[in-house]
Design a protein around this ligand. Structure first.
Ligand code: UFG
Length: 372
């Protein structure tokens, strides 16, 4: 009798483990995904900025709740209204610089934050050379304060906006995450490398944390609505906003920095990535890397374009003229930089889907909306 009951129990357990349990787990996940069980409260530090605002849109559209801290040092308050226009949803907003530790702590007290996306930083390469103290103080101290609050309030998931600049002048391209980190050539780049280091050390000291370093290549483009995009204050440092302002007649002529690099047409080659693709990568990172450990991932397309290729694509796609002249090389520039995006595909299921034509079209659409 005993043997017989043990036989039936074993049969029951066998069927339960192999047939019922997987079904129960799948059903749970399914119900969670339908009813928002995976919904997180995400703090986006720097959420009104060019990249931060696109991240907010993608988070809200993926059904997450969003809290933003921004001091509008390189962004405008209208952006928050545009995020609502696009998504139909509000973010919870706090206006201050994260250097204000008391106010930052208050945000952690008031909200049960599940994850942080940290993209609050000064980012103008040229300005960083003029103002190294301001750059190091702002970029490093905000990172330390965010990390301190996360530790204190047991928030264990952070995605950090890093940059391909940490690879320095690459020995080989395409760049994989295992490539050696290089020498940075300006305080902005050095601060990104140091912020990576700080967060890596924090993760070692707090192994329960998930720290993700997303290394962006060259984000350009704008939201297809034309409402969000990059509109830097003053003369742009980066290529695409400069092209946009020349095409719009706000600046007379683009200077192409060097035509004697070892590249097909002599101008610098970069991996331009549409900002919406980049933002979608953050949502996947916050969801899929949400497990203890240090995660490092490139976000790029794997395809390089030269300065002149980008200029000509912009002219062709938008039917406009972009006047340019060749200037000397810019100090600190490298010839070629593009990503190997294999890890993002394998670990996050992420691939860039928007090509150079969409990047040019959406930038111009944003410029036209902005000029109205
Ligand atoms: N360029 C010009 N004229 C300009 C501006 C840029 O010819 O007015 C050229 C540069 O020489 C370079 C290319 O355009 O060959 C791209 O320059 P960007 O300034 O747009 O971008 P960078 O590659 O220098 O740097 C950018 C960001 C960094 C980031 C890096 C990651 O500014 O924050 O991409 O690859 F770290």
């Amino acid at each position: 009798m005993l043997i017989l009951s043990m036989f039936f129990i074993s049969i029951f357990l066998y069927f339960f483990y192999y047939y019922c349990l997987p079904f129960i787990i799948w059903y749970n996940e399914y119900v969670k995904s339908i009813y928002g069980g995976n919904k997180m409260k995400v703090l986006v530090a720097g959420g009104a900025g060019y990249i931060g605002s696109h991240i907010c849109v993608e988070l809200l559209q993926a059904n997450h709740e969003v809290i933003v801290i921004d001091d509008f040092s390189n962004s405008k308050p209208e952006v928050l209204g545009y995020i609502k226009d696009i998504t139909g949803k509000d973010v919870k907003f706090y206006e201050f610089n994260i250097l204000d530790e008391k106010k930052t702590e208050q945000v952690f007290i008031e909200n049960e934050i599940d994850a942080v996306i940290h993209c609050a930083a000064f980012k103008a390469v040229g300005e960083s050379v003029e103002k190294p103290i301001e750059y190091y103080t702002n970029n490093l101290t905000t990172t330390l304060i965010v990390a301190k609050m996360m530790k204190k309030y047991h928030v264990n998931n952070i995605v950090f906006s890093s940059s391909a600049t940490v690879y320095g002048d690459p020995e080989v391209v395409p760049l994989t995450e295992d490539c050696k980190l290089g020498e940075t050539t300006n305080p902005y780049g050095a601060s990104k490398a140091m912020m990576e280091r700080i967060l890596t050390d924090v993760q070692h000291a707090c192994p329960e944390m998930s720290v993700t370093l997303l290394r962006y290549f060259n984000p350009i483009g704008a939201h297809e609505s034309g409402l969000l995009g990059e509109d830097p204050k003053g003369i742009p440092n980066n290529l695409m906003p400069y092209i946009m302002k020349v095409a719009a007649g706000e600046l007379p002529c683009l200077g192409v920095f060097g035509d004697d690099y070892d590249t097909p047409d002599g101008t610098g080659v970069r991996d331009y990535i549409h900002v919406v693709d980049l933002a979608k990568g953050h949502v996947l990172a916050i969801e899929k890397y949400n497990k203890p450990g240090l995660h490092v991932c490139n976000l790029g397309t794997g395809q390089g374009y030269s300065v002149l290729e980008l200029v000509h694509a912009f002219e062709r796609v938008n039917g406009v003229k972009v006047k340019y002249e060749i200037k000397p090389r810019r100090a600190g520039d490298i010839a070629t930089c593009y990503a190997d995006p294999t890890r993002a595909k394998e670990e996050l299921g992420w691939v860039a889907t928007r090509g150079i034509d969409e990047m040019c079209r959406d930038t111009w659409n944003f410029a036209k909306t902005r000029m109205k």
